[in-house]
Design a protein around this ligand. Structure first.
Ligand code: UD1
Ligand code: CA
Length: 449
């Protein structure tokens, strides 16, 4: 059976107290919405429809950045979850499979739970994801009889007896697409909120002789985010899980609680991550690499056997081949460092290509920006860049070439050559002694005044 996703993301998120739409607040450095989308994408859906409303333009842009094939439909007035689902009808009019409804503000639904729901469709026309809540609060309650789900009652509309039920509605549900749209069409808004409740589709389905069932998941999976405090708590949950997953995968971390991961961080088996490392989005660290303490990585690739840090910064486009060493206070951006390159101290390599085994001396800087344009620096293999070399791009240094310490290199240095760009040293014998004597005498004279 093919699957279409309908992701609800039109709500304002009033309790976030923010001008930014709720689903665009970052969790593990990705918009909240991407997390639910990612779980949905594991089902290899035939279609993906995101229902946007508040901040639709930004929500649309963020959706398409993650899922370019998605369709964004607009719910201009938020009249309720059933009304939101109805907005997806046109986008799915030629679709004959099952529609799965997800919420943009519920980031932790697992792909295995979604698979279980799909499997449960074999026995029920409508399958709802529920959970036993420690504190059922204001969640909708699932009224069941044996394996059957009879109805979902919203907290506001529930009787005292129904409020005592601890099995709650996550909001996620799946049904045949045409069935779902037919049911949603029949939903009215005669309830405590005056909203079109998606939850009403269960009772409506049963009234039509269809069956409804429940799949249960852990409460942690259905954690929804409504406030900054909940977002903060969700971040903690994400980090704890992601660290545990990396440990399970064979990553060495002595203080995992100090390591901050992004939603898409990939770290290979037997790689080591020392304390206080921060990963931005888009990082891959291969097996056996070592990321030393206090480093910050973003949009980069670190190959086997490479060593980064302590106190290194890898920015987008930093590509480190095998056995590269990037040491303390070294920043690399949009640069390829070939196998065995060493840049161990106090260096900026931006918009650069550096060949195999080349050594970059302390304090080297690629001067890549003229205030308007960025320029590239190309350094060959087995080269030796003397300490404190300024490479004024565009410039190249050939294979096996050297630059003298303190040089400002403004012209290409051919292979095998030495590039020197500094003033000659002048040595004045005895000058230092005489100068010091003079200064001390002056100080002594001042003391007597
Ligand atoms: C909903 C369920 C409730 C469940 C709870 C789980 C209904 C009627 N109630 O309640 O049973 O326990 O989720 O968290 O469905 N949205 C739109 N357009 C709208 C209304 C909502 O896109 O017109 C989106 C929101 O942005 C949000 C999601 O749907 O992502 C849920 O809406 P929300 O208002 O938070 O529903 P709850 O009252 O929490
Ligand atoms: Ca909610």
């Amino acid at each position: 059976m093919s699957i279409a996703l309908i992701l609800l993301a039109a709500g304002k998120g009033t309790r976030m107290e923010s001008d930014r739409p709720k689903v665009l607040h970052p969790l593990a450095q990705a918009p909240l919405l991407w997390h639910a989308l990612r779980a949905g994408q594991t089902l290899d859906p035939a279609a993906c429809v995101v229902v946007a409303g508040h901040g639709a333009e930004e929500v649309s842009a963020a959706t398409l950045e993650f899922a370019p094939e998605a369709q964004v439909v607009i719910q201009s007035e938020q009249l309720g979850t059933a009304h939101a689902v109805a907005q997806a009808r046109d986008a799915l009019k030629d679709f004959g499979g099952d529609a799965l409804v997800l919420y943009g503000d519920t980031p932790f639904i697992s792909d295995t739970t979604l698979q279980t729901m799909i499997a449960a469709r074999a026995t029920h026309d409508v399958v709802v994801l529920g959970f036993e809540a420690a504190d059922p609060g204001r969640y909708g309650r699932l009224v069941t009889q044996g394996d059957d789900l009879l109805e979902i009652v919203e907290y506001k509309d529930a009787t005292e007896a129904q409020r005592a039920i601890s099995l709650c509605n996550s909001g996620v549900l799946i049904a045949a697409s045409d069935t779902l749209f037919a049911l949603v069409e029949a939903v009215g808004n005669d309830n405590a909120s005056g909203e079109y409740y998606l939850t009403d589709v269960v009772a409506l389905a049963r009234a039509r002789g269809l069956s409804a069932g429940v799949v249960r998941c852990d409460e942690a999976e259905t954690l929804g985010i409504n406030s900054r405090a909940e977002l903060r708590a969700a971040e903690g949950v994400f980090q704890t899980r992601a660290r545990a997953a990396l440990l399970d995968d064979g990553v060495l971390m002595t203080a995992p609680e100090t390591v901050h991961l992004a939603w898409d961080t990939v770290i290979g088996r037997d790689a080591e991550v020392e304390p206080y490392v921060v990963f931005g989005p888009g990082v891959t660290v291969e097996t056996g690499a070592r990321i030393r303490a206090f480093s910050h990585l973003e949009g980069c690739h670190v190959s086997r056997g490479a060593v980064v840090g302590p106190y290194a910064r890898l920015r987008p486009g930093a590509e480190l081949a095998e056995d590269v060493h990037v040491g303390n206070f070294v920043e690399v951006k949009n640069a390829y460092l070939a196998e065995g390159v060493k840049a161990n101290h106090l260096t900026y390599l931006g918009d650069a290509d550096v060949g195999e085994r080349t050594n970059i001396g302390a304090g080297t800087i690629t001067c890549n920006y003229d205030g308007v344009f960025k320029h590239r620096t190309t350094i060959g293999r087995d080269a030796f860049i003397g300490s404190d070399t300024m490479l004024v791009a565009p410039v190249s240094v050939g294979d096996g070439a050297m630059t003298g310490s303190g040089s400002v290199i403004t012209e290409d240095v051919p292979a095998g050559a030495l590039g020197l760009g500094r003033t000659r040293q002048v040595t004045k014998p005895g000058f230092a002694t005489r100068l010091r004597d003079m200064l001390r005498a002056k100080k002594a004279a001042q003391g007597k005044e």
